[in-house]
Design a protein around this ligand. Structure first.
Ligand code: SF4
Length: 140
């Protein structure tokens, strides 16, 4: 296991970016971080800068303008960074897939490491995804 992967499996700093989300996914992400679900007990904390992030959480769909911003943000993230698509919109476009301003799948312009489907996904699904991701990074 490389040093970078070892670092990722300890405490994770998470940066959340919403595209054109309807906000339900964002509310569920915040819910996962509240004391009820308490993602912080796994050492997972929300950070305000992509430069401090180990994980980039994405919700909603991205149009041409916001997709370019997302690419810039991804470039600024320290590597390796784990990218997680939260919700059906971020995973595959959901009901906005045929929309005039849909810029295509996020994976067409930055790599995605994990998908958490649902509209919106429950906090339990996000916690399960994070646990699986950590197990995968540890190679167990
Ligand atoms: S997946 Fe559903 S809940 Fe999440 S942003 Fe899209 S429409 Fe809203």
């Amino acid at each position: 296991m490389s040093f970078a992967v070892q670092a990722l499996t300890r405490s994770l700093n998470v940066f959340h970016l919403a595209g054109s989300a309807c906000n339900n996914c964002d509310i569920e992400i915040l819910d996962a971080l509240t004391p009820r679900y308490d993602l912080e007990r796994f050492g997972i904390v929300l950070v305000g800068s992509i430069r401090h992030a180990d994980v980039l959480l994405l919700s909603g769909v991205f149009n041409k303008k916001s997709a370019i911003r997302l690419q810039h943000l991804y470039e600024q993230a320290p590597k390796p960074v784990v990218v997680v698509a939260i919700g059906a919109c971020a995973c595959a476009g959901c009901m906005f897939r045929e929309s005039y301003n849909w810029y295509g799948k996020i994976s067409d312009y930055i790599p995605i490491d994990a998908y958490v489907p649902g509209c919106p996904p429950k906090p339990e699904a996000m916690i399960a995804a994070v646990a699986k991701l950590i197990a995968k990074l540890r190679g167990s």
